[in-house]
Write a protein that binds this ligand. Structure first.
Ligand code: AMP
Length: 353
């Protein structure tokens, strides 16, 4: 167990790192953020910030010398940086989790190998390959870049064959997968945490509503169809964590279809659909992640109230802060970002009951 006063290094400086650092502080740890940005939200609440590129090995060496363990809040940290650090200091989760979670194709292959079901999909490496994939998968479908996609970025919908040229251009002609459009009733996520001793906890499953590809709300309890499918989804997510030897929080997103569940994607980290756990659960995703990384036992994840709703504040939504701050039922979390650009996650609000 990492003693209080130790320093946890966090790769990435966004709001997830900020909430991890707050949870770490409550347990008596200091955090050191490694992120290339000038003024990352996580650095505001952390003991130190190294501003450097992930390819800067001298900066990585200096960072490793000042931290006792390293974790990450962003799965697209270059694996070379993670491998370099892992030679110097423990890194959780490790390179294997990143290898799978950084690539949509690897993710789907891994989950299917474990017996999980995804939407029909095919690999696309060229414009001609896209035509072949359309013939295989059918339409409508979504073309998704294999790497660096989030919040609906790096995606293009294809309704008819005549959309193919524009879709291939829209994703920047990169290695991709074509995925059949799923006629889902709901979307939901399994958030679990695996400790350094292999013990696992998972949280009650929220239903997630997206707007324009960005998470808008996560709420509990989920509808009946999700409640029916959740045990199988949790079992699959637990197997994924086990097989990856994952340490920390792992999130798997699913589609609830009338004919069963479909795995969508995973994140080897704390997740926006788990922000409700700060007030809504006996232990937040952030605290259990820090506990896992620090080698502490994990804590229980039961609901504090049967009804919980987390609403994201996206872009200009944050302008409503005076009203939200005055609402005694609203647990307001603002991420300290200076500029409210469209689509940017500025904060969230959780309500119990
Ligand atoms: P993703 O980045 O893959 O999670 O996609 C962002 C959002 O787009 C998802 O949360 C869904 O709302 C939607 N989406 C993604 N893939 C599909 C699909 N195969 N069928 C229908 N909707 C999808």
């Amino acid at each position: 167990m990492l003693p209080p006063g130790s320093t946890i290094g966090i790769l990435g400086g966004g709001q997830l790192g900020r909430m991890l650092a707050l949870a770490a502080a409550e347990l008596g740890y200091r955090c050191h953020i490694f992120a290339p940005e000038t003024d990352p939200p996580a650095a505001d609440v952390s003991a130190a910030h190294t501003r450097a590129d992930y390819a800067d090995t001298a900066a990585l060496d200096a960072f490793a010398a000042r931290v006792d363990v390293v974790t990450l809040e962003w799965e697209n940290v270059p694996r070379s940086a993670v491998r370099h650090l892992a030679g110097l200091v423990p890194v959780h989760p490790g390179a294997q989790s990143l290898e799978v979670a950084q690539d949509r194709m690897a993710e789907k292959q891994f989950v299917e190998w474990l017996g999980g079901r995804c939407a029909a999909w095919a690999q696309v490496d060229s414009r001609a390959g896209l035509d072949a994939a359309i013939a295989q998968v059918g339409l409508p479908a979504i073309l998704k870049t294999r790497r660096f996609g989030y919040d609906g970025k790096g995606q293009a919908r294809i309704h008819s064959a005549s959309d193919a040229d524009a879709a291939w251009a829209a994703i920047g002609e990169q290695p991709a997968i074509l995925e059949a459009m799923v006629d889902f009733a709901h979307e939901y996520s399994v958030i679990l945490c695996r400790g350094s001793d292999g013990a696992m906890v998972d949280w009650p499953v929220p239903v997630n509503l997206h707007k324009a590809g960005i998470l808008a709300t996560s709420s509990l309890p989920p509808p009946a169809l999700v409640r029916e499918q959740a045990p199988a989804a949790v079992a699959l997510a637990r197997t994924v964590a086990e097989k990856l030897g994952h340490i920390g929080v792992l999130t798997c997103e699913f589609f609830a279809c009338r004919d069963g569940l479909r795995f969508n994607e995973m994140a080897p980290r704390v997740h926006n659909s788990g922000h409700w756990t700060i007030e809504g659960s006996a232990t937040s995703q952030f605290e259990n992640h820090i506990r896992a990384v620090a080698g502490l036992p994990l804590r229980p994840t039961g609901l504090m109230n049967p009804r919980v709703t987390m609403t994201n504040l996206i872009g200009d939504d944050v302008a409503d802060w005076p009203r939200l701050m005055a609402d005694p039922a609203a647990h307001v979390h603002l991420y300290g970002k200076a500029e409210a650009r469209p689509g940017r996650k500025m904060g969230h609000v959780t309500r119990l009951g």
